[in-house]
Design a protein around this ligand. Structure first.
Ligand code: ATP
Ligand code: MG
Length: 418
């Protein structure tokens, strides 16, 4: 019988890699806490309708990429992005009763999209994201962006570029959509099928299409920035001013419209041009209509989602040095039944004191145990045989300089606790 393998587009995080994840997770957590954001964990499964209404029925995600199944009386979907679930939880748990703005984050959130697996494009990936809910101020957009930029700085990633744009509010969108349809109408026959159906319902989605023929068509299309209303223009200027004040570099990129329907106003991507075609590590924007759309009050918000696998790829590409995982402090090399039992008990004593101690599980020879201690990078090897046990001592060898000391068994835990 053949072995069962992982599903296409899914990945194991191996023990030799998991400390890298811990490092980025810890950095994210401590950064979120200095930005005043608290974690909100939501389930991996939600009602399918949440994403249909939240992400939008003309988006790639909803049209092509969701993992949806029936169970009981429900249609259920595996989270394809983070924001809809966060907003659902915000409304359902009455978080709007707490003082605004609320800064909410999630990390390591499994995210599922039925896409063609390739470098940087998985069917299950993990996202870090933040949502700041309750404020219209451009400072809020800028703060969300600055959280991401600060994270990259802290993690030693220096070659990413922030691209920002504004796609306007429903007011300016009307005029823009009319201009866009006017431009596109001569090309309808040349578009992909999905875009043809978007022409009436949501022509702006066509700007974001990944098909070559559609990309060619939209090259000369009108851009949202030229159609912003006064309020949206001011907001966008405000965001840029805040980024300037904070010394953040960016480019205004009118091509960014983002693949989800809920965005209004500011949208942005933080892009690497060194990890291949899937270069967007972080993407987000403002969504002033989503909370109301999902049954809540009219409360504005802004946020981003960051692909953690892509972040890791960028870090590796930048040759970032990850902090090394802790190595064994004390390795017990014991020989003979009674000494082994004593060493086993001492291992437990040290561990209770928070010391990384190891004991031989493989019944290796004395010599092989020392060799193993060396291999796993133990700082100390503790030798314990019949003779030592009879004298009530162990011999502690410092693996770095080879120096040996006799230490009383009773005092060993205290010796290492220092
Ligand atoms: P793309 O244009 O690459 O398809 P997207 O617009 O679908 O991206 P978002 O929905 O904004 O992406 O997701 C936020 C972030 O999550 C992306 O910037 C990326 O880092 C990551 N991401 C999205 N889809 C995948 C995937 N299939 N595999 C790995 N990471 C992904
Ligand atoms: Mg996508």
């Amino acid at each position: 019988m053949s072995n069962i393998q992982a599903l296409k587009g899914t990945k194991d995080v191996l023990p030799a890699e998991s400390h890298k994840w811990h490092y980025i997770e810890n950095t994210m957590r401590s950064l979120c806490s200095v930005f005043g954001a608290r974690e909100l964990r939501t389930p991996i499964i939600e009602h399918t309708e949440l994403f249909q209404r939240g992400v939008g029925s003309t988006t790639d995600i909803v049209q092509k990429e969701m993992y949806t199944f029936e169970k009981g009386d429900y249609s259920i979907t595996l989270k394809p992005e983070g924001t809809a679930g966060m907003v659902r939880a915000f409304i359902e748990n009455g978080l709007f009763n707490d003082p605004l703005p609320q800064k909410l984050y999630y990390l390591n959130s499994p995210t599922f999209r039925y896409e063609n697996p390739q470098a940087g494009r998985l069917r299950e990936h993990h996202q870090f994201g933040i949502e700041i809910v309750g404020s219209y101020a451009p400072e809020t957009d800028a703060e969300v962006i600055l959280l991401a930029l600060t994270l990259f700085k802290k993690l030693g990633v220096h070659d990413l570029m922030l691209h920002i744009n504004s796609i306007g509010c429903p007011e300016c969108r009307k005029e823009y959509n009319a201009a866009l349809r006017e431009y596109l109408k001569g090309y309808i026959g040349d578009m992909c099928e999905t875009c043809r159906s978007r022409f009436e319902k949501n022509p702006m989605r066509i700007i974001d299409c990944k098909e070559e023929r559609c990309k060619r068509i939209v090259k000369g299309a009108p851009r949202t920035l030229d159609y912003l209303c006064e309020d949206c223009r001011k907001q966008f200027e405000g965001v840029k001013a805040c980024l300037d004040a904070a010394g953040a570099e960016y480019v205004v990129d009118p091509d960014i419209v983002r693949g989800l329907d809920y965005y209004t106003g500011t949208v942005f991507e933080i892009i690497s041009n060194r990890i291949g075609a899937q270069g967007a590590v972080c993407a987000g924007g403002r969504y002033n209509g989503l909370i109301e759309e999902l049954g809540g009050q009219k409360i504005p918000a802004v946020g981003f989602g960051m692909g953690m696998e892509r972040l890791l790829a960028v870090m590796e590409n930048n040759n970032v040095e990850f902090p090394k995982p802790p190595e064994v402090t004390v390795y017990f090399a014991a020989m003979g039944e009674a000494p082994r039992m004593k060493a086993f008990a001492l291992t437990q004593q040290l561990r209770e004191k928070g010391i990384f101690a190891e004991f031989d599980h493989m019944e290796r020879s004395f010599k092989a145990q020392f060799k193993y201690a060396n291999k796993v990078g133990a700082k100390y090897a503790v030798a314990l045989g019949d003779e030592e046990l009879a004298r009530g001592i162990v011999r502690v060898k410092c693996m770095g300089d080879g120096a040996e000391t006799e230490v009383a068994i009773d005092g060993l835990a205290a010796y290492f606790a220092e």
